[in-house]
Design a protein around this ligand. Sequence first.
Ligand code: PEP
Ligand code: MG
Length: 896
Amino acid sequence: MAKCVYFFGNGKAEGSSPMRNLLGGKGCDLAEMTNLGIPVPPGFTITTEACVEYFKRKNRSPDGLWDEVLGHLQRLESTLNLRLGDRERSLLVSVRSGARVSMPGMMDTVLNLGLNDQTVIGLARRTKNDRFAWDCYRRFIAMFGDVVLGLERSAFERLLDETKAGAGVQTDPEVPAEALMDLVARYKGIVQEKTGRAFPQDPLEQLRLAVDAVFNSWNNPRAAAYRRIHGIPHDWGTAVTVMAMVFGNLGENSGTGVVFTRDPATGERRFFGEFLVNAQGEDVVAGIRTPEPITALKARAPQVYDELIAIKDRLERHYRDMQDIEFTVQEGTLYLLQTRSGKRAAGAAVRIAVEMMREGLIDKDTALLRVEPGRLNELLHPIFDSTDKARAIAKGGLLAKGLPAAPGAAAGRVVFDADRAVEWAKGGQKVILVRPETSPEDVAGMHAAQGILASRGGRTSHAAVVAVGMGKCCIVGAGDVFVDEERRAFQAGRTIVREGDIISLDGTSGEVFLGAIELIEPSISGELQVLLKWGDERRTLGVRANADTPDDAMKARQYGAEGIGLVRTEHMFFQAERIPIVREMIMAKDTLARRKAAERLLPFQREDFIGIFRAMDGLPVTVRLLDPPLHEFLPRYTDLLEEHTRLDALRINPGRLKELEEIMVNVRALQEFNPMLGHRGCRLGITFPEIYDMQVRAIMEAACAVTREGVRVEPEIMIPLTGTVGEMKLTYEMTKAVADAVLAETGMTVKYLIGTMIEVPRAALVADQIAQQAEFFSFGTNDLTQMTFGYSRDDIGKFLPHYLEHEILPVDPFVILDQEGVGELVRIGIERGRKTRPGMKIGICGEHGGEPASVEFCHRVGMTYVSSSPFMIPISRLAAAHARIKEERAREVTNA
Ligand code: PEP
Ligand code: MG
């Protein structure tokens, strides 16, 4: 085994910053600070490699590790002229965890190790402070009991509370030494009783057990869950740092604190932090006592304060990032215990990145990489106030968890149908629309609502896709929520929520809460605009928007879209007056009736296209021909049956009764077992050509109309769900015939393209043939994921939570593109398409176009652009810049 332990102390360290992976964040930063001459208590770090080896050997230390630890311990002892276990001059150490990325509070630490029945007396004598020594000992037993021996911390806390009550005092520092001695005896009693063994008195045994416990804390459920959420690999392991204790609890001229070099909430460049007099770090973390603002230290110990200011400035300049610093003052002497890049709110991350670039601390690329694109969600949508959310959880207000389908947060009164949502919203109420699933009839209600909760569906189901487009918070697939539309209530666990009750939704986590949680409204700051501009200068991948209305198109442009990558024309039929005509068109008995219905839709379509073309003047617009899963547009059979039964029983309105019977026959005839794989996309356009003819005419008439006004437009007409060359050839010819006819009629010249979506796996495989007609491709990765995995977009909610929980799937493939499977088809499609048509324009318009890792993939495989909902555009822009910068950096490393 390679060297496992690295020393730091006396102004010199064996480790340094670049050794983060080996020494963990804490270990390497303590080494770095030591080398910088910053006062750090000496110690040594056991490597992450040793931890990984420990797990490989089924929780047994690697050979030679203990000897190395003992060697470094001796070095530490001679540095300080103290000895672990010495009666008079006992060394006390802390044993701390520290992975290569910070996982705040997730793993364990043991403080005051080395105390026993003998050394506690020596410590009291040496510090002339009985109370202090016994306080350290009682803290040590409780912490060791909890972390190393696995005992309930509450048992120790209960005894401490009893002791305080017995001594008639309120706070820990007021407990007198005698009471603490008695408490120590009772703590040892707990250990004896619960473990069947006395509290270990041998400090070397304490150390060995503590090191193992800190290794093991890498695998505690809290840490494992944190890694899952943040995508941190489980096989990294943690380093363990053993360092000499310094004491903030030695009296009024001692203390401990945490400071940030800039405000982590706002990013403002101001010294910010807290300080607790006469305390150890755990008191700050536990929140038992309220700390004072850091400025209080200035009044108490001006020299220490000035020294701290100088050090924090130095650390920020050295690391070129905002630092989160832990320090302790022991009888007027300052020690730094930790420095790390501070966690910060999304807005603060943007501000700090931009300001540090302007201050000359970092370059533009580094500034861009400092902001995780996904975190911009927090700035583009409302989020919950975290304290208020924690309060709701503590009160048991978490009702259920579904799939987080569209980010943001919302609170409002529950309504169960779209009309009521509209009505209540008009009356000034904030509402949440709760549905078993959503259909086009719900769109007005979704628009009026603050958020949408659907008990069924996956993240690319109708509800989710429409909500993302609206920028509305949405949760789908909430399997534990039983919606009873008739009773106008839903049940989640034992709670019944009725119409009018208030709930809150967190569309980023999928959580549903009872009651209202406070919201923080979004704001796009000047700094974010600046950062995004810097990103635009760097990225080569285009960014377009999925937008279906002139309003959405305008919003997309404001957010920086360089065109529209997808107009879903079926979404243009969601308005109340259009749905019946669409139904008529779909259910028409013959061609003539279908053409008539289509003709009635044409003016609506043309007007919408005119609005969109005007909004996007000079930019490309891709319009997809109709692709409605039919079930989304058909009336519900049960509703028809209900109305029929009612009229029949009352023997009224025979005309309507007859009409209903006809509709029911039609609906039954059109009903499909699997509508997502059924009569949709170009299959519909080929079998009912009147529909596509009407749409192409509307697009081209609109293009001619706006061209006359001086608007620059080049429509890209897109065929959905193509799977075969035959389909492509036929739809291409149909489209071209109508488009050219319109141009001939108007006598105008408007350039246009005809292309296709690649969303059926077969299309990707025969892309070279499809590209003979198709002039561009757009990958519809929602359907491509559905068909590659064979998971229905609408039904994935049934099994996905189980799959994620048991790690059968690492992530939801409808959210993060599955690069090795679906991505491989994308790669093949691009390669084969461009073989036939070099340089062909290729984009993506599935929901993945707004997901950072997927955007980076799209850059790598050479797409022309990504297209995402208007609200995701800033995320796509930043992610595209990241992709380019990372690619360049990787190339530099390879060339070096
Ligand atoms: C897709 O399938 O990725 C796509 C964009 O089309 P839709 O979501 O409308 O099926
Ligand atoms: Mg599709």
